[in-house]
Design a protein around this ligand. Structure first.
Ligand code: SF4
Length: 552
């Protein structure tokens, strides 16, 4: 059963795609086939927000009600759409769909026809109703490129091909410099690749600011441990959509980058974990992986160099906490996607107990220019302290929301100016829901290097946006997404939400004891929660209270 348990989540997704919900009979059948105890499979099926163990209509209209979509009127949209939809469509108020550049965003899924997933963007009442009711002919998503402005600057390293290359053509990718980096990697050898990435400075940083090259050196030894590579493309943090844009616009780059990372650590199998809410990124990555296989760029003999590597694409089921490494491993292995205490780093003991290098899409794709240009030339692309570039997802009160690539060391003011910030700016949330608010007069401080961990998410809010309502939405998000495993987070996120709801119900007036309670609960979550979700659940609220003086 250990061997087949990892098929539990793919099995549940297959049932959900086909029928739209997970019935008792279907779950029992899956458990028999995989020899997984039914209670445990039920635990997995009820953990994910994507699944329902109760009957629901085959068509589900998911309307994003997260920060930027709420600011753009998602609540009103839900109410209006609800009145118009019949019984045949299930309306779901969804956490962030990763489509923040076209807020308010909506996504339609139809059981039995999962490929025909449609997005109306930005969603209107009419568009959402039409997409939900369309039998088979759901409207196509608009091309990502139209929603993703480039900065127009020279020296784009990560977005250089997005919008310029045909994402379905391997030949076009090669014509745009594709696979130069992999050839150089083979020339350097595994240890040389890790050294080159290490020498590249800040751009070679992986999760938790640990240098990517160091992760690779650790995962690569000892050599008989058969390490794994995991690309975490789950990207379910509110306001984050850069990984989606990279995968939609330049999918072969990720295939090449994963091959290089796997080569550096000696892995022969890689997992690409994608979000269910990214249907187009998923189909483009599937196509890219198949093309690479048929052209000898994945498989038993990559580029004829005798090196074997292949990529398995795994769809996730929408749990934000699965962005945490140990939770992601649990989810792939067929358990509930809950974090667990892990004394060793993933590079020592990760997926299936083996050494594992786990990176997001930006980190992996960022390795390509390092190798293609060579570490010394790459280092010359920035200043001594700020090498390379960084991607930012900009949404909210700006004229041109999208993904921007700016030299490392840029300031929020430069970024927002490129995105066309509106004059009546009230606050900017840096680093997404786990980050903090700053005032318009605080935008000239360069993004801290550590800000990379904040996922480069920048949301601007003008003075028409009700901030107390927004803070409540942040609290709802953390309460929903807390896996409930440890008390400070399980209880703290509920208490935080209750206090913020009381304040909203009093039209934004906060009693002193509400603020005192929020501080107490916030400190307890920060100090005693097991993973980053609970530890950071109070950041945005604290900054709004202290820096913005949001409650007067
Ligand atoms: Fe789960 Fe929250 Fe504890 Fe993380 S901090 S393990 S999300 S309960």
């Amino acid at each position: 059963s250990r061997d087949r348990r990892h098929l539990l989540l793919p099995g549940l997704l297959a049932i959900n795609d086909r029928v739209g919900w997970i019935s008792e009979g279907a779950l029992a059948y899956l458990c028999r086939r995989l020899t997984v105890p039914p209670a445990e499979a039920y635990g997995v099926a009820t953990f994910s927000p994507l699944f329902s163990v109760r009957p629901r209509p085959a068509t589900v209209l998911r309307v994003c009600t997260d920060l930027v979509c709420t600011a753009a009127g998602a609540s009103g949209l839900c109410t209006a759409v609800e009145e118009r939809l019949g019984n045949g469509v299930h309306l779901e108020r969804s956490p962030c769909l990763g489509l923040c550049e076209r807020a308010p965003a909506a996504l339609v899924t139809k059981a039995g026809d999962p490929v025909r997933t449609a997005v109306s963007a930005p969603a209107t009442v009419e568009g959402a109703v039409l997409a939900a009711r369309a039998p088979d002919s759901a409207p196509e998503e608009p091309p990502a490129e139209t929603a993703v402005p480039q900065t127009g600057q020279d020296g784009l390293l990560l977005l250089s091909r997005v919008g310029a290359v045909d994402p379905s053509s391997l030949d076009d990718y090669r014509a745009h410099g594709g696979y130069t980096a992999l050839r150089r990697a083979f020339a350097l050898g595994p240890a040389g690749v890790a050294r080159a990435v290490l020498a590249s400075g800040p751009a070679g940083q992986g999760g938790a600011f640990f240098p990517t090259g160091r992760v690779w050196q650790a995962a690569a030894s000892p050599p008989d441990h058969r390490p794994y590579l995991v690309c975490n493309a789950g990207e379910s943090a509110p306001g984050a959509f850069r990984d989606r844009v990279l995968m939609e616009g330049d999918p072969f780059a990720l295939v090449e980058a994963m091959t290089i990372a796997a080569y550096a650590i000696g892995a022969h199998r890689g997992f690409l974990c994608l979000r269910d809410a990214f249907p187009r990124a998923t189909s483009r990555m599937r196509h890219a992986v198949e093309q690479a296989r048929t052209r000898g760029l994945l498989g038993d003999d990559v580029l004829g160099r005798g090196y074997a590597f292949d990529i398995e694409i795994r769809r996730g089921a929408g749990a934000y906490v699965c962005g945490e490494e140990t939770a992601l491993f649990n989810s792939i292995e067929g358990h509930r996607g809950e974090p667990h205490c892990q004394p060793l780093s993933p590079a020592e003991q990760g997926l299936f107990g083996r050494p594992t290098a786990v990176h997001d899409v930006e980190t992996l794709v960022g390795v390509l220019p390092i190798l293609a240009l060579g570490a010394p030339a790459y280092a010359a692309t920035g200043t001594e302290k700020s090498i390379g570039t960084q991607l930012f997802c900009v949404s909210g009160s700006v004229e041109r929301p999208g993904v921007y690539e700016l030299p490392s060391g840029a300031t929020p003011a430069e970024l927002l100016s490129a995105a066309g910030v509106r004059e009546n700016l009230r606050a900017v949330l840096l680093g997404g829901a786990t980050g903090g608010f700053v005032r318009p007069d605080e935008l000239d401080v360069p993004f801290a290097f550590e800000g990379r961990a904040g996922s480069g998410v920048v949301m601007a809010f003008d003075d028409t946006v009700p901030l107390p309502r927004l803070l409540l939405r942040i609290a709802e998000f953390f309460r929903d997404e807390s896996c409930g495993r440890c008390v400070p987070c399980r209880v703290g996120t509920v208490r935080q939400e209750e206090a913020l709801r009381r304040i909203v119900e009093r039209a934004g007036a906060a009693a002193a004891d509400d603020i005192a309670l929020l501080r107490d609960v916030g400190r307890a979550m920060r100090d005693a929660s097991m993973c980053g979700l609970g530890q950071n659940a109070w950041n945005a609220v604290e900054s709004a209270v202290d820096r913005l003086g949001v409650y007067g």
